[in-house]
Design a binder for this molecule. Sequence first.
Ligand SMILES: CC(=O)SCCNC(=O)CCNC(=O)[C@H](O)C(C)(C)COP(=O)(O)OP(=O)(O)OC[C@H]1O[C@@H](n2cnc3c(N)ncnc32)[C@H](O)[C@@H]1OP(=O)(O)O
Length: 207
Amino acid sequence: MNKRLVILGAGGHGRAVADAALKMGYRTIVFLDDRAAGRCIGFPIAGPLDRAEALRDGETDFVIALGDNRLRRRVAMGHDLPWARIVHPSAQISPFAELGAGTVVLAGAAVNVCARVGRHCIVNTGAVVEHDNMLEDFAQVAPRAALGGSVRVGALAQIGIGAVVKNNVAVGMGCVIGAGAVVVKSTEPGGVYVGVPAWRREKGAAG
Ligand SMILES: CC(=O)SCCNC(=O)CCNC(=O)[C@H](O)C(C)(C)COP(=O)(O)OP(=O)(O)OC[C@H]1O[C@@H](n2cnc3c(N)ncnc32)[C@H](O)[C@@H]1OP(=O)(O)O
């Protein structure tokens, strides 16, 4: 692949996305970031995020690598660009699964048969998205979190690191599921849930 990838965000997630992209065969990486300048893991930071349109050409893909779901949505809404799907070669993606544009699936993650993952989602390292899951746009599944079969994750929701969601449960839009929580019942939009079994700690931001 001779394409260039422009990564919007040069933080930790941006570096993980670059690593996956290089393993996919992208030859050239350029970062954009509003706070950092210089170089990032050896690749240039070519300016702030709003430079993205100027880097558009027929040979360049773009991806937003910002871990904050609402920020990722804001940036996506502000740009009409050819968004790439970044899938680490060690991830297991069923040929019967769907990944939306701009979605990132990192090392060792699994997206099983008939799962549908929306646009600009993150399926992080070692996460399990089981059969018939539906992840709406801008949702995120943190490292080693596991979703049982037929789980629905609302837009902008965040499933914390190592959390478990029982099969057939729905996680409401904009929910935050804390690290290590075990969700056994559907959750209300915008809530923050922690613990085993998970309980609602407070009202969060539904986006
Ligand atoms: C590659 C990557 O790094 S991807 C990112 C992975 N990271 C994650 O998944 C993080 C998930 N986030 C969490 O678990 C967070 O702790 C949240 C969202 C649940 C809460 O965050 P905050 O609102 O900042 O909570 P804060 O840290 O102030 O803690 C408030 C209280 O909740 C408790 N608490 C925080 N997180 C949890 C949790 N996951 N489970 C149980 N209790 C928790 C704290 O111990 C504290 O209790 P106290 O008031 O009795 O002292």
